[in-house]
Design a protein around this ligand. Structure first.
Ligand code: NAD
Ligand code: ZN
Ligand code: ZN
Length: 346
């Protein structure tokens, strides 16, 4: 089968032919319908060799949707042909956090060497993929696979970040979204669907800000050195109750800290290498700063239910599997509007 692989440190991803995988006992084989292209893949492909925690080559793709192609020994509960989404942050399944479905915070994944598909285990950017356990599958009946696949990360990650701050997002509150790309443009829609907050979106180009307005941002601000002052102006000098940074680079975490309100939440989702100093006097009194990771199995089911209710309209650009390297180049250059999705079936 064809697969999109990261094969050598620093090299561009390549489309190669690899043996068709087979499901082992307890596993499920999917025929992949769609796989999302995430900026985290670019971060992984930019890491020096000593930071990479898995052997290469790696089949990319940590957002996956497909149909069940075969069940390994002992698996039941699914039938061939069922359309499913893959829950990506695989955990051990038995620690206290996994017991709650919060496998993104598994206590034992590191020690057991469990890695997500596309970020260590073979991922979804291939004609077939093996899912380690049927508990990592969520039925997507009634949803379009192409616009649903980004919800497994670009939807789930912002949903989890917003859910952590939900008590602050009351009527009259303000949420700031920094970076309105794959995750950010879904975050704006989730904020509108889940909360009564006013949404202010920041990005670096007019195109991105136009998308932000289309998907529901009340205000948009160009992300430059004047951005923090502009957000203060828009919030009567007080700042935002919740700031979600989907870039996480040094200048954006600085902006995030500068626009937080007293007792606000600053949530750094992007992995752009920025860090925000926390200490008395460094930020407004009571500011909570956190850097969450992905989301829980239950939250993925909730995101899909929101999509079924029509609350999320993911903007996608689609590519065949041979065009995946070009899609990564476009994402790297900041030219993708919404989410790029690879269709391995052609
Ligand atoms: P993306 O490239 O689709 O979107 C990033 C957006 O940020 C783009 O619209 C870009 O124009 C904008 N941007 C760049 N510099 C900016 C600046 N200085 N100010 C404002 N906007 C700026 O990326 P994505 O796939 O949505 O991922 C977003 C980030 O989240 C990445 O760093 C990714 O690695 C990370 N991520 C983290 C998690 C997690 O669990 N913590 C999960 C998924 C993705
Ligand atoms: Zn991702
Ligand atoms: Zn666990």
């Amino acid at each position: 089968m064809k697969a999109v692989q990261y094969r050598a440190v620093g090299a561009a991803p390549e489309v190669v032919t690899v043996p068709d995988p087979e499901p082992g006992p307890g596993q499920v084989l999917l025929k992949v319908t769609a796989a999302g292209v995430c900026h985290s893949d670019i971060a992984v492909m930019s890491m020096p060799a000593e930071q990479i925690r898995f052997p290469l080559p790696l089949t990319l793709g940590h957002e996956g949707v497909g149909t069940v192609a075969a069940l390994g020994d002992g698996v039941d509960g699914f039938s061939t042909g069922d359309p499913v989404a893959v829950y990506g942050p695989w955990g051990c399944g038995t620690c206290v956090n996994c017991a709650e479905g919060r496998e993104n915070y598994c206590l034992r994944a590191g020690e057991l060497g469990i890695l997500p598909p596309g970020l260590g285990a073979p991922g979804a950017m291939a004609e077939y993929m093996v899912v380690d356990d049927p508990r990592h599958l969520v039925p997507i009946d009634g949803l379009d696979p192409v616009t649903t696949v980004p919800l497994t990360d670009a939807g789930l990650t912002p949903y989890h970040a917003i859910a952590r701050s939900r008590s602050k997002l009351v009527p009259g509150s303000t949420a700031v979204v920094i970076g309105t790309g794959g995750l950010g443009h879904v975050a704006i829609q989730l904020l509108r669907a889940m909360t009564a907050a006013r949404v202010i979106a920041l990005d670096v180009t007019e195109d991105k800000l136009a998308l932000a307005r289309t998907v529901g941002a009340h205000e948009t601000v160009l992300s430059d050195e004047n951005a923090a002052a502009r957000v203060r102006e828009l919030t009567a000098g007080r700042g935002a109750h919740v700031v979600l940074d989907f870039v996480g680079a040094p200048p954006t975490v600085r902006t995030a800290g500068a626009v937080a309100r007293v007792d606000g939440d600053v949530t750094i989702v992007g992995i752009g290498g920025g860090a925000l100093p926390v200490g008395f006097g460094a930020l407004p009194y009571g500011t909570n700063v956190s850097a969450p990771y992905w989301g829980s199995r239950k939250e993925l089911a909730e995101v899909l239910d929101l999509a079924r209710a029509g609350a999320v309209d993911v903007h996608v650009e689609t590519y065949g599997i041979d065009e995946a390297p070009a899609a990564y180049e476009r994402l790297h250059a900041g030219r993708v509007n919404g989410r790029a999705v690879i269709l391995p079936g052609g």
